[in-house]
Design a protein around this ligand. Structure first.
Ligand SMILES: [Zn+2]
Length: 395
């Protein structure tokens, strides 16, 4: 299984200069290859990434000697990427590859695993022609390193390390099922009563985001002040994205590690249909990302994710007697049923989403109260910005 772990680098000035240079070499090779490709294609030839790479390498030493100042991969990988881009175009999976502009497009370069080393603490990475660069956190996965992509977001540098990981997660022994209700005020409510709140630092940053964007709109375009405000804004966006991703990782890891069967609803679609305002807020907290993470983490651990249809009345149904209400407004935070059940709306929905609902009916009202007491804002103080993410690429 291939996993990528993206970690922020603590690069000094010399290292940043190298990164910029390597990105420049990668951009140059891409643009050179693309121009050649276009020309050969127009003259009726059949260009290929491999052939163009050979052509480039034949003149590299005499015409582009500066490409030797950085890892050879910086000027080699773009040809393989071009090949992929054209393949995708022919399969109608992507658009025509475009020329890369300095500073405009996403700056990055690739290094093959054979040229990469990590030190024992896994807190430093060795880049060819450069030496050791510090990582903000250690690599989370064991296994052979296949490749690293160094990239820039705003003024920060990241290494996305591709690891050939062995599947070493413990399988679930106990059969524990859980229902998860996804929301906006409370990111996730679990049928066992645990609630994951939106982290407070995030709420603060979102308020700041509104202020900074307002400031930017008042500055004169192209001015020094406007550039500064724009870079502020980009940094803020990145911090917010990092906290969101980090929160989602914590929640999905907690859920996937504790349960063997997880029920969620197809809320993304449902939300869109029902309420555009709510849908906006939902996409803001990244619930599509939530599902993606939950799916692969569950798969790693041999757990099952059950996605209920968007027509499943998770909110309107009584989790105790099963009766379905005809209407339930969004402002009704407490669910009250004729059978005597009075319960938090989200908790009721989570209980309905539990794939093994039989056990739910056996919960007494007293236990229900105890469940409500165990509700706590898990992440209010524990969120740290790590600038990290991991994702499953294939397998
Ligand atoms: Zn009822």
């Amino acid at each position: 299984m291939q996993i990528a772990h993206k970690i922020e680098l603590k690069a000094n000035n010399t290292q940043m200069t190298y990164f910029k240079k390597a990105c420049g070499v990668a951009r140059f090779a891409w643009n050179w290859g693309l121009a050649e490709w276009d020309q050969q294609f127009k003259s009726g030839q059949k260009p290929s990434g491999m052939a163009l790479k050979k052509q480039f390498n034949a003149i590299k030493e005499s015409e582009f000697p500066w490409t030797y100042e950085v890892t050879k991969y910086a000027s080699q990988q773009p040809f393989l990427d071009l090949q992929d881009a054209w393949k995708r175009l022919f399969k109608k999976l992507g658009g025509k590859p475009r020329f890369k502009k300095k500073g405009k497009s996403h700056d990055s370069f690739y290094v093959g695993g054979d040229q990469i080393k990590l030190d024992e603490s896994k807190r430093r990475i060795k880049i060819p022609n450069l030496g050791w660069v510090k990582l903000r956190e250690s690599l989370r996965f064991e296994g052979k390193i296949n490749s690293v992509v160094i990239s820039r977001t705003a003024d920060r540098w990241f290494a996305s390390i591709q690891v050939e990981a062995s599947n070493s997660f413990p399988r679930h022994e106990n059969q524990v099922s859980v229902g998860v209700d996804l929301g906006v005020l409370q990111l996730a409510t679990l049928s066992d009563g645990v609630v994951f709140q939106s982290p407070r630092p995030l709420q603060k940053l979102l308020r700041r985001l509104r202020r900074v964007s307002r400031q930017l709109s008042k500055k004169i375009k192209g001015s020094q002040q406007s550039k500064k405000a724009a870079s502020n804004l980009a940094r803020l966006h990145m911090r917010i994205a990092n906290i969101r991703r980090d929160t989602l990782h914590k929640i999905t890891t907690a859920i996937a590690s504790n349960s063997s069967e997880i029920g969620i609803e197809d809320l993304h679609v449902k939300g869109m249909v029902r309420n555009p305002k709510l849908a906006r807020a939902i996409s803001d907290v990244g619930l599509g990302e939530f599902r993606r993470q939950l799916n692969y983490k569950a798969e790693w651990r041999g757990a099952k994710v059950v996605i209920h249809s968007r027509f499943f009345p998770s909110s309107k149904k009584c989790s105790s007697c099963g009766k379905v209400k005809e209407a339930l407004s969004l402002s009704e935070r407490t669910y009250k049923c004729e059978c005597g059940l009075t319960i938090d709306r989200d908790l009721n929905a989570a209980m309905n989403l539990n794939p093994v609902p039989k056990a739910l009916r056996e919960i007494t009202p007293a236990e229900m109260t105890a469940l409500r007491r165990s509700v706590h804002p898990v992440f209010v103080t524990s969120i740290v910005e790590t600038g990290s993410q991991h994702q499953l690429l294939c397998g």
